[in-house]
Design a protein around this ligand. Sequence first.
Ligand code: PLP
Length: 367
Amino acid sequence: MKPATQVIHAGRHPRQQGEPLASGVTFAGTYAASGDPAKVKYNYGRYHNPTWSAFEQALGELEGGSVLCFASGMAAITAVLDSALQPGDVIVLPEDSYYTARLLADGVFSRMGVTIRKAPTAENRQLSLIHGARLLWLETPSNPGLAVCDVAAAVEAAHRHGTLVAVDNTTATVLGQNPVAFGADFSVSSDTKALTGHSDLVLGHVAVRDKKWNEKLQAFRNLTGAIPGPMEVWLAHRSLGTLEMRLERQTRNALALAEYLRTRDDVAAVRYPGLPDDPAYAIAVQQMRFFGPVLTFTLRNQELAERFLANCKLVVEATSFGGLHTTAERRGRWGGDKVPDGFIRVSVGCEDAADIVADFAAALDAV
Ligand SMILES: *Cc1c(COP(=O)(O)O)cnc(C)c1O
């Protein structure tokens, strides 16, 4: 089945006469469960929920692996690090990855005796550090720098060294690229972003090739209670049906906007993996089915960037990405990323491309 069909049908019950096509959300703290709890499919709300099961099954079909959902992308990342790493182990992180993931590794896992090595995403530079490492953590395209690495090549090299590979696949989503199909042991996603795409929930998931990791991750989730609310998961499953349409539109719009920004002398360093002369393009075009909603560019300084954002009318100044609405922010306002003061990250939405380009044009002209 093609991805556009899969996202609509994955994880849905067989149709039954007189039953709703779309099953509703199950709210449950506990379940009727007498006798040996191991013999009852659902017994307590922290362990399982039919709404999670349906969403996990849907994602599992798309990922080609076993899936567990978590309270947030960060909870999913924590679950993988905790399951894969012991004191004394080495992890190789991208130095340009999502800032909070680096904070978590540096702040929590290094305190627990894990050694952290970091190298840039571009040109698979992390591979120079994998000797003796337990886990190679990739993020491609990286957020916010949009550097891309070759996942299949990284997996091949890492596995030769006995190193596990996890990919933070948030920016691309499973339809944009499939790390499990490239051999990665873990594919991790913040579903707060493009996967659900409506800016109305916080959620994450992990997909694994080998079921034994699924059990470890499940134990972590049971023990820590890093569980999502059923309503969020139901909304996420509902949103999944339009994922292919959203990505298709976002990618088309992002390319149109990137090409427009390229024509302006007041805009520098436009980055989008889908631009044929972008440094990321050669690998991106091989491993990605959609280039995704995120592009970046740089204005001369902080003040110009702030004035530009204030001038936007359609485009909302907001963090995060992957939603239906086009948003933009000056990334430097958060600290933590090595980016210029005038660096702007844009999440291109599903509006008409002409309206998006016109809003950027007017806001830049007014600066
Ligand atoms: C947002 C994000 C996360 C964290 O996800 P939350 O759902 O906010 O916890 C992790 N990785 C990347 C690449 C992200 O963009």
